[in-house]
Design a protein around this ligand. Structure first.
Ligand SMILES: Cc1ncc(COP(=O)(O)O)c(C=O)c1O
Length: 436
C-alpha cells in the first residue's frame, strides 16, 4: 500500500504552534520541538516520520489488542458509514450494530451482566457507572448512599467525576475534585508490603476497604470501584488472596462492586474480562480500549439484571450521549470481537504468549537495578531500584530512573511506558517471538 508523504519538520512546527497533547507539560513539548509524529503502523510495529520502526510494547495506550493494519475493521467501518453513518438512541430509536454489540457483550459476561449502555471513552463509561450506581440507590429508596470507595493510584479517567473516582494524587492536586470519593491502600505488594507475606498483605489491603466502609457507615456507601489489575498505576497485580476477600467484604456489607475493565477486558489477562480471571462477580463493569482495539472510540457499561430491574421502576434515566451506540463504532467493535474470537486471542494469551512473555521478561530479574519483574497475561512491569533486594528508588520515593529507561528503550526501538520508576508493558495480543 502506498504511504502518504509528510513534511515532518513542518508538522512538528505546527504541532507546537497548535496542538495541546494529552497529559503533557506544554512548555516541555515546545522545548522538545513537538512530539514524535507516528505516521503508520502494521501488526505490532509503529513507524514515525523520521523512519524509526518501533515495537509497540504498549498496544497504543493499552488498547490495540488485535494489532494494527486489520483491513476488515476498516471495511466494517466503511460499509457501516455508507449504510448508516449515525443515528442517536434518544428518539425511541436504535440501530442494528448497537443492538448486536449489546447482545454480544452480554454473552461475553455469560449473561451475568445482560444490560449494556454505550459511551465513547473509558472516562465516560465511568461517569455512566457512577450515575447508574447513584440512580440505583435513589430508586431503591437509599439516597444517602453517596460515598464511593476506590484505591490509591487507581485510574478511571480524566473527566471531573472519573478523575475524582481515581486515586491519582497529582491529578487531584489540579482539581476540580468532587467530594464523596475515598481511596484506600492499593494492593501493591512490592510498593506497600515489601518483605511482607503476600497473603498477609492481601488480607491487609482488603481489610483497608472494609475499614473504610465501616468508618463511613455501610449504609452510606454506594459502591467499591476497582480495576481488577491497576494498569496506569503501574501494573499493580493483587496477590491471589485479595479479590476473594474484597468480593466477600462488599457482599457482606451490601455495597455494589464495580469493576473497571477498561484495560483488563478483551483478552488482556487471557479471559474476556479481568473479573472472570480472578473469579469474582461485579454488579457493573466499564469497558473501552480493547472493545474496538482502539480503531474507533467506543466504551460500554454492562450492568446486572437486578440493578436495571430496580432502575426501571424509577422512570426515565436522564443520561446519554450524542454518540451512545454510534453505529460505525459498534460495527467496528463487532468486527474486532469477531477477530478476537476467531483467532482465540484470549486463549492464546492464557496458554501461549502470556506464559512466554512472563518467562521472557523474567530474564531481567537478575539485573542489579531490577527489584521485581511481574506479569499477568500480557501486562508486565519491571521495578527499577537503586539497590537490589530493596524497593529503594533512585532520587527518593518518586524515583528518577523510569523516564530515562523508557527513553532509552524507545531509542532502541521498543515502546514502553514509565509509571514513576516502574516500566510497564502491554503489547498487542497478536505479538509473537521476534528477532529484529
Ligand atoms: C482502567 C481505566 N479506566 C478508565 C480509563 C479512561 O479511559 P479514556 O482515556 O478512554 O477516557 C483508562 C485509561 O487509560 C483506564 O486505564
Amino acid at each position: 500500500m502506498s504511504r502518504r508523504n509528510y513534511d515532518i519538520a513542518e508538522l512538528r512546527r505546527l504541532d507546537v504552534a497548535h496542538s495541546l497533547p494529552a497529559q503533557s507539560d506544554y512548555a516541555e513539548h515546545e522545548a522538545r520541538g513537538g512530539n514524535r509524529v507516528v505516521t503508520h503502523a502494521e501488526g505490532c510495529w509503529i513507524t514515525d516520520g523520521d523512519g524509526n520502526r518501533i515495537l509497540d510494547g504498549m498496544a497504543g495506550l493499552w488498547c490495540v489488542n488485535v494489532g494494527y493494519g486489520r483491513r476488515e475493521l476498516a471495511e466494517a467501518a466503511r460499509a457501516q458509514m455508507i449504510e448508516l453513518p449515525y443515528y442517536n438512541s434518544f428518539f425511541k430509536t436504535a440501530n442494528p450494530p448497537a443492538i448486536e454489540l449489546a447482545t454480544k457483550i452480554s454473552a461475553l459476561t455469560d449473561d451475568t451482566l445482560p444490560h449494556v449502555f454505550f459511551n465513547s471513552s473509558g472516562s465516560e463509561a465511568n461517569d455512566t457507572a457512577l450515575r447508574l450506581v447513584r440512580r440505583y440507590w435513589d430508586v431503591r429508596g437509599e439516597p444517602q448512599r453517596d460515598q464511593i470507595v476506590g484505591r490509591t493510584n487507581g485510574y478511571h479517567g480524566t473527566s471531573i467525576a472519573s478523575m475524582s473516582l481515581g486515586g491519582m494524587a497529582h491529578m487531584h492536586a489540579q482539581g476540580p475534585r468532587l467530594a464523596g470519593f475515598h481511596h484506600v491502600l492499593q494492593p501493591y505488594h512490592f510498593g506497600e508490603g515489601f518483605g511482607e507475606d503476600a497473603d498477609v498483605f492481601a488480607a491487609r489491603a482488603a481489610q483497608a476497604i472494609e475499614d473504610k466502609i465501616v468508618e463511613l457507615g455501610a449504609d452510606r456507601v454506594a459502591a467499591v470501584f476497582a480495576e481488577p489489575v491497576q494498569g496506569a498505576g503501574g501494573v499493580i497485580i493483587p496477590p491471589p488472596g485479595y479479590w476473594p476477600r474484597v468480593a466477600e467484604i462488599v457482599r457482606r456489607h451490601g455495597v455494589l462492586l464495580v469493576a473497571d475493565e477498561v484495560i483488563c477486558g478483551f483478552g488482556r489477562l487471557g479471559r474476556w474480562f479481568g473479573h472472570q480471571y480472578f473469579g469474582f462477580q461485579p454488579d457493573l463493569i466499564s469497558m473501552a480500549k480493547g472493545l474496538s482495539s482502539g480503531y474507533l472510540p467506543i466504551s460500554a457499561n454492562a450492568v446486572s439484571a437486578e440493578m436495571i430491574a430496580t432502575i426501571k421502576t424509577g422512570g426515565e434515566f436522564a443520561h446519554g450521549y450524542t454518540y451512545s451506540g454510534h453505529p460505525v463504532s459498534a460495527a467496528v467493535a463487532l468486527a474486532n470481537i469477531d477477530i478476537l474470537e476467531r483467532e482465540d486471542l484470549p486463549g492464546r494469551v492464557a496458554r501461549d504468549v502470556g506464559p512466554y512473555f512472563a518467562t521472557a521478561i523474567q530474564r531481567l530479574a537478575g539485573h542489579p537495578l531490577v527489584g521485581e519483574v511481574r506479569s499477568i497475561g500480557l501486562l508486565g512491569a519491571v521495578e527499577i531500584v537503586a539497590e537490589r533486594g530493596t524497593n529503594r528508588r533512585f532520587g527518593g520515593a518518586a524515583g528518577t530512573a523510569g523516564p530515562m529507561i523508557r527513553d532509552a528503550a524507545i531509542a532502541d526501538g521498543l515502546m514502553v511506558r514509565a509509571v514513576r520508576d516502574t516500566i510497564v508493558m502491554s503489547p498487542p495480543l497478536t505479538i509473537r517471538s521476534i528477532s529484529a
